[in-house]
Every structure is written in structure tokens, then in C-alpha cells.
Design a protein around this ligand. Structure first.
Ligand SMILES: Nc1ncnc2c1ncn2[C@@H]1O[C@H](COP(=O)(O)OP(=O)(O)O)[C@@H](O)[C@H]1O
Ligand SMILES: [Mg+2]
Length: 248
């Protein structure tokens, strides 16, 4: 089992948000979590990632056999957890290539692996950029500065490809994307993560990304816990009937 979340309780600014959430993800699976605005979907992603301000007040999470909450955020990343966000940060003055090489080498160091040289890294970056159809010149520009929504997402997929995580948690990666960008994200997830040794947790408000990345399981998050689980057809039912009817 890749990730076992058991009876998770978490607070944000002392406000209880997650109230007994349990979820198990196996290698090779794609799970989607859907739910109304404010249900706690992003809180789940941030809590698993270890973002400051998101406090675990009960329950456990085991990632690849390790106690996830005992690890620092950078250790979670080095252990193979990748978090993609709704709003990618812009970092003026730092090129994407520099940023990605630093990130990858920090993770490699944390795992006791040798850093990649500049040449080795560029070879890897070129390979992933080609796979994900991102112009290599984009990676020489400052991180996300002046990138369109679609370019940011394509770059995020390249980042994911380079870091090569075991589990990717992607939060509202589809919001604000047009159909072309949506296809890029869907193709990216499928190319990098649809493998028997990897898993994906897609956090999304809409079902349209799920046309491109077919989930094995769809969960409805409401009131701080998973209230329903089904297959891909549950996402369509939610779209049709609304959260209240389905989650009640
Ligand atoms: N930094 C914060 N301070 C206070 N409340 C927050 C903060 N972040 C999120 N919340 C609250 O936590 C609840 C869950 O938010 P969130 O996890 O972002 O929901 P979702 O992603 O499902 O829309 C909401 O009621 C939101 O107002
Ligand atoms: Mg959210």
C-alpha cells in the first residue's frame, strides 16, 4: 500500500476541517477527491504535504511504510511525495533549470544519492521537456514569470517528470484551464504517473479533467471526511446531480 490515511483530524487556524478522514491508495491507482468548495480538499493536500499552519490533531498517515507526519516537508518530498498546486509560484531571478536542478539534487542528497552534474541534469530536463512537449527555452526563463496558464501547467508536469515522485497529489490542477491546457495536464499525468509503481491523487471540483485521466476511484469529501466512494461514473453522477444530492 502506498498511502494509508486513517481517521485523520486536522485544523487550520484552530478550526477543525478534517474530521476523521480515511483513505487508502495502492500503487498503480489513480484516485480523485471531489467535493464542494470549502469541504477541506486543499486542506487534505496541504496537511499531507506538511504546510505550516495545517495541524494534525488526530489519526495517522503511512506513506510507503513510513509515518508521514514524522517527516519534515522536504523529507516527504525526498520520500517520493509530489504536491502540485492550484496557483504555481513565480520566482523572478531564478531560472526553471536552476530551480529544478536544485530541487532534484536536494532530494537526491536527502536520499543519500550523488547530485546530478549540470550536463547530466540538462540531458534529463531535455528528455522530460520533449516528452511533455515543453519548449526547452521556457525552462531557461525565470520560474513561471510571464508564463500563460497552460505554460505553467506544462512546466509543472515537466517538474513532476524530473522529480519522478511515487505519489503525486494534484490540487485543482485543472482550474482555469482551457481545453488545450487541460489535455496537456491530462497527457502529462498519464505519461509520467500512470505506472504500476506510482499513484495519483487528483483533487478537483470538476469532472472534466477526469475525461483525460480516468480515475480508478472517486471519493466525495464533505464535512471533513469521505462520505462516498465509487468508480469513474461517480464523477459524472456528481456533475449531473450536484454534491448535495450525491453526498447526502
Ligand atoms: N488559512 C486559513 N485560515 C482559516 N481558515 C482557513 C484557512 N485555509 C482554509 N480555511 C478554511 O478551511 C475550510 C476548508 O478549506 P479548503 O481546504 O481550502 O477547502 P476546498 O479546497 O475543499 O475548497 C474552509 O472553511 C476555509 O475557509
Ligand atoms: Mg481547494
Amino acid at each position: 500500500m502506498m498511502l494509508i490515511i486513517d481517521n485523520l483530524h486536522a485544523t487550520v487556524a484552530d478550526k477543525p476541517i478534517l474530521k476523521g478522514l480515511s483513505l487508502t491508495i495502492n500503487a498503480g491507482e489513480v484516485h480523485a477527491i471531489m467535493g464542494p468548495n470549502g469541504a477541506g480538499k486543499s486542506t487534505l493536500g496541504y496537511t499531507l504535504g506538511g504546510r505550516p499552519g495545517y495541524e494534525v490533531t488526530g489519526g495517522t498517515a503511512t506513506f510507503d511504510g513510513e509515518d508521514l507526519f514524522a517527516l519534515e516537508p522536504h523529507e516527504r518530498a525526498a520520500a517520493g511525495l509530489f504536491l502540485g498546486f492550484q496557483y504555481p509560484v513565480e520566482i523572478p531571478g531564478v531560472s526553471f533549470v536552476q530551480f529544478l536542478r536544485e530541487s532534484l539534487n536536494a532530494q537526491r542528497k536527502s536520499r543519500g544519492e550523488e547530485p546530478l552534474s549540470g550536463g547530466e541534469f540538462l540531458k534529463l530536463a531535455r528528455e522530460k521537456a520533449a516528452l511533455l512537449k515543453l519548449d526547452m527555452d521556457m525552462l531557461k526563463r525565470p520560474v513561471n514569470v510571464g508564463f500563460s496558464g497552460g505554460e505553467k501547467k506544462r512546466a509543472e508536469m515537466v517538474q513532476m517528470g524530473i522529480l519522478d515522485p511515487k505519489l503525486a497529489i494534484l490540487d485543482e490542477t485543472d482550474s482555469g484551464l482551457d481545453i488545450d491546457a487541460l489535455r496537456i495536464v491530462g497527457d502529462g499525468i498519464n505519461a509520467v504517473m500512470r505506472r504500476p509503481d506510482k499513484a495519483v491523487l487528483l483533487i478537483t471540483h470538476y469532472q472534466r479533467l477526469l475525461d483525460y485521466v480516468k480515475p480508478d476511484f472517486v471519493h466525495v469529501l464533505a464535512g471533513g471526511r469521505i462520505v462516498r466512494t465509487g468508480g469513474a461514473e461517480l464523477a459524472l453522477e456528481l456533475e449531473e446531480r450536484g454534491y448535495e444530492a450525491v453526498a447526502a
